[in-house]
Design a protein around this ligand. Structure first.
Ligand SMILES: Nc1ncnc2c1ncn2[C@@H]1O[C@H](COP(=O)(O)OP(=O)(O)OP(=O)(O)O)[C@@H](O)[C@H]1O
Ligand code: SF4
Ligand SMILES: [Mg+2]
Length: 318
């Protein structure tokens, strides 16, 4: 069952540019994501590509100067600002990117309890995540990074939300703690939640996710299933996803030259054009998303969509 459906969704900012002219900055364009109950969908993109804004848009907590187009559906129901306010912290829970989301002046047990739960319930869930009862009486500054992360997971669990958005849940954690954080997300999905895992780390996303949406400069270029990355990434569709896969340490570790464009710079060619070894003159047009082999891809070049050909082309172009 679909828990979250994001359709043709864009986020724009109005800001003052040169000469105090108001200008529109598009940070997320035409995003498409679908997450079912029991599934982890990863949103993979580099820093500044609009991942946290997407999380905030779903929760309805975007800054004032942002405007959105497109549609969001929660369990088949269209999300309006009023509905988002009702669902925040109950139907939709955020595991935030920064532990600074915890109120520094309030004991963590009280914070996690909120208005709707009992302290005994908090204690039970804390125990499940290896947090001793004394932690309930601590203030956020008394927690280690790993403990704070576990408190945030516990808060999401207590909410019993059907949709959990984890925004970069592992940076700063040791390998062991990062794995632990991921296993908590997997557990939540296995219990029936839909989980959106936001990360810049494809390797980590592949460890626990069922599907992966690849973000580039605020645009989704591909949505793929976990299995598409097997067998040398043979099932992948977009030249950028293949390049990302090849750049992973356990693969060829091949860096991609050039820079990802700053979100907001939208022009009418394929956003990957300047770095794409497969580009042709036809790529100088707005590229729509389309279905291909059970996933989505934003690339019109038929040749680039076939694995056996792309390897040869990349070799030719050096
Ligand atoms: N209030 C705002 N007004 C204008 N631009 C903004 C505003 N908030 C964020 N941005 C811009 O939107 C872009 C996306 O920001 P966002 O925080 O979503 O990125 P991110 O993918 O989460 O990055 P990171 O991996 O570093 O967390 C950034 O380039 C940022 O500068
Ligand atoms: S549309 Fe063209 S430039 Fe863009 S990824 Fe496909 S082949 Fe490369
Ligand atoms: Mg972020």
């Amino acid at each position: 069952m679909s828990v979250l459906s994001v359709k043709d969704f864009s986020i724009n900012f109005l800001r003052y540019g040169r000469g105090f002219k108001r200008e529109r900055l598009c940070v997320i364009s035409s995003l498409e994501v679908e997450i079912n109950a029991g599934e982890i969908a990863a949103i993979v993109g580099s820093s500044g590509s609009g991942k946290s804004l997407l999380a905030h848009a779903i929760l309805g907590i975007l800054p004032q100067n942002a405007s959105v187009t497109g549609e969001l559906f929660y369990c088949g129901e269209r999300l309006t600002p009023k509905r988002q306010a009702e669902l925040r912290g109950s139907g939709i829970a955020l595991i935030p990117q920064s532990v600074s989301f915890l109120d520094p002046l309030m004991k963590v047990g009280e914070q996690v309890k909120g208005e709707h739960h009992g302290l005994a319930e908090v204690e039970r869930v804390f125990k499940r995540y290896g947090l001793e009862p004394e932690v309930m009486n601590m203030y956020p500054f008394e927690l280690s990074g790993g403990m704070a992360r576990r408190v945030l997971v516990a808060a999401a669990v207590i909410s019993r939300a059907r949709l959990i958005i984890a925004d970069e849940p592992t940076p700063g954690l040791s390998e062991t703690l990062a794995r632990e954080a991921l296993s908590h997300l997997r557990e939540l999905a296995d219990q029936g939640a839909a989980v959106m895992l936001i990360t810049h780390d494809l390797r980590m996303a592949l460890e626990v996710s069922d599907k992966i949406a690849i973000f580039y400069g605020g645009i989704t270029l591909e949505t793929a299933r976990r299995e598409d990355f097997n067998h040398g990434g043979a099932g992948l569709r977009h030249p950028y996803t293949r390049a990302l896969w090849r750049a992973m340490p356990q693969n060829e570790f091949e860096a991609l030259s050039g820079y990802q464009p700053y979100a907001g710079i939208v022009n009418d060619s394929c956003i990957f054009y300047p770095r794409c070894a497969m580009r042709t003159s036809q790529c100088r047009a707005a590229i729509p998303m389309r279905e291909l082999r059970g996933g989505l891809v934003r690339c019109t070049n038929e040749e680039s969509l076939h694995d056996e050909k792309i390897g040869e082309k990349l070799d030719e172009k050096g």
